[in-house]
Write a protein that binds this ligand. Structure first.
Ligand code: HEM
Length: 408
């Protein structure tokens, strides 16, 4: 049997920028070619995995399907060579390193921070209400809470937050001309430069926290020991780096995409305003609907056969989460945005060994923002089309111009 092939658009950053997610292509892949070979002229070849059940099976076998060889199919794959963090480690190291942080990201602990998050969300929305009707929802709302929260958790000084925001955009949006540096640096070179600068900054920061620990997570990481030794510099800096990136890029885009979905489904927004107790279920549906992470990769260390397709050890596969979250064999009417959807076991946060460490944090943040919006929104509409990020890793929205009327 000839190996089925996948359209290159599913990995083409420019396609995502111009069109958003290629749902119709994933629908066809799920139906006819659940394991399809994709060969983009500028990227490493890979097999596209589009079905929900397959992503679960693969993610639950980390001893066979490894994360370390390749995490994303993008020029950023070059960038991965610069970092060694839990997201691209495999067992047994992965578990040992994840344990260093896992107790700080439990549901119980993060739920305790809900009142504080609600307060920050209220301040953000107060500022929007004071500003008047026309706002860029990304600048004025979505970007602020995730950035403030991760900076606070890590103890990053307030004055440096904008710089961190810039660095994360440069890494995740390195292909996007909007994030090119004034000297023209863009692409892989830009991503690598930004990582080096983050590492330089954090090296001094970590040294400081080792000498004078505080109650922030940088102090925990700087002083953690594995087998009696401090974390080696690369692993330590990569840990901080991945928390900053993951803590920022994903929740911001879920917030923007969630607002867009509510604008496009006014009956759902109206219902939620009348029944704010549905906010938790609404947040889950927003993450299913937006699926901010487009793909992550795995590489089998032995030859495997999936749906009749032979994949050799060392070849790469990419799992497409937004496709899994529209899988009609799992979700009833998957293209219906339904804030009351139940069950809703989406894969937006991944599953298995690398299940998102920050999932509860994201839930608390999204709950705070959307609860705040439901309490006071009187009217909201799009005033121009969203401007999308050039990326096939993150479904990013760079700007979302809206007219919003808020009760003060
Ligand atoms: C809506 C928001 C979020 C989404 C959609 C999301 C999505 C994901 C996904 C799909 C993975 C799986 C990676 C894999 O299997 O290879 C993951 C892992 C991870 N996420 Fe998130 N994430 C979100 C928020 C956050 C936040 C706020 C943090 C902040 C700390 C975070 C930190 C991480 C880390 C550290 C990992 C790696 C875990 C591991 O390898 O064990 N994420 N995330």
């Amino acid at each position: 049997m000839a190996t089925p092939s996948a359209p290159i658009e599913i990995i083409d950053a420019g396609y995502y920028q111009d069109n958003g997610y290629p749902f119709h292509m994933w629908d066809k892949l799920r139906k006819d070619s659940p394991v399809a070979y994709c060969e983009h002229p500028n990227l490493l070849p890979f097999y596209a995995i589009s079905r929900y059940d397959d992503i679960i099976d693969i993610s639950r076998q980390p001893m066979l399907f490894e994360s370390a060889p390749l995490l994303v199919v993008q020029p950023q794959q070059m960038m991965e060579q610069q970092i060694r963090s839990i997201i691209n480690m495999d067992p047994p190291d992965h578990r040992v390193y994840r344990q260093v942080m896992s107790k700080y990201f439990t549901k119980r602990r993060l739920n305790e921070s809900q009142p504080q998050m609600d307060k920050v969300a209220k301040q953000i929305l107060d500022a929007v209400a004071a500003k008047g009707e026309d706002v860029d929802f990304v600048d004025e709302v979505s970007k602020i809470l995730p950035l403030a929260v991760i900076a606070e958790l890590l103890g990053l000084p307030e004055a440096d937050r904008d710089q961190f925001f810039k660095w994360t955009n440069e890494v995740v949006g390195s292909l996007d001309p909007d994030f090119a540096r004034d000297d023209g640096t863009v692409g892989t070179e830009l991503a690598i430069k930004a990582i080096q600068e983050v590492f330089e900054y954090c090296t001094a920061f970590v040294e400081d926290r080792r000498k004078t620990p505080t109650d922030d997570l940088t102090s925990v990481l700087a002083n953690a020991k594995i087998n009696g030794e401090y974390l080696p510099p690369l692993e330590l800096l990569s840990y901080i780096f991945i928390l900053i990136i993951a803590g920022n890029e994903t929740t911001r885009n879920a917030t923007s995409g969630g607002m867009l979905a509510l604008i496009q489904h006014p009956e759902q927004l109206e219902y939620a305003v009348k029944h704010p107790e549905v906010v938790d279920s609404m947040v889950e549906e927003i993450v299913r609907w937006t699926s901010p992470i487009i793909h992550f990769c795995r590489t089998p260390n032995k030859d495997v056969t999936l749906h009749g397709v032979n994949i050799q050890a060392g070849e790469h596969i990419a799992m497409f989460y937004p496709s899994a979250n529209r899988d009609e064999t799992v979700f009833d009417d998957p293209y219906r945005f339904d804030i009351l959807r139940s069950p809703n076991q989406h894969l937006g946060y991944g599953i298995g060994e690398h299940l998102c460490l920050g999932a509860h944090l994201a839930r608390v943040e999204l709950r705070a923002i959307f609860k705040g919006i439901l309490q006071r929104v009187k009217h909201v509409e799009l005033s121009a089309n969203p401007n999308r990020l050039k990326s096939s890793l993150i479904g990013g929205i760079k700007s979302l111009p809206v007219k919003m009327e808020f009760a003060a």
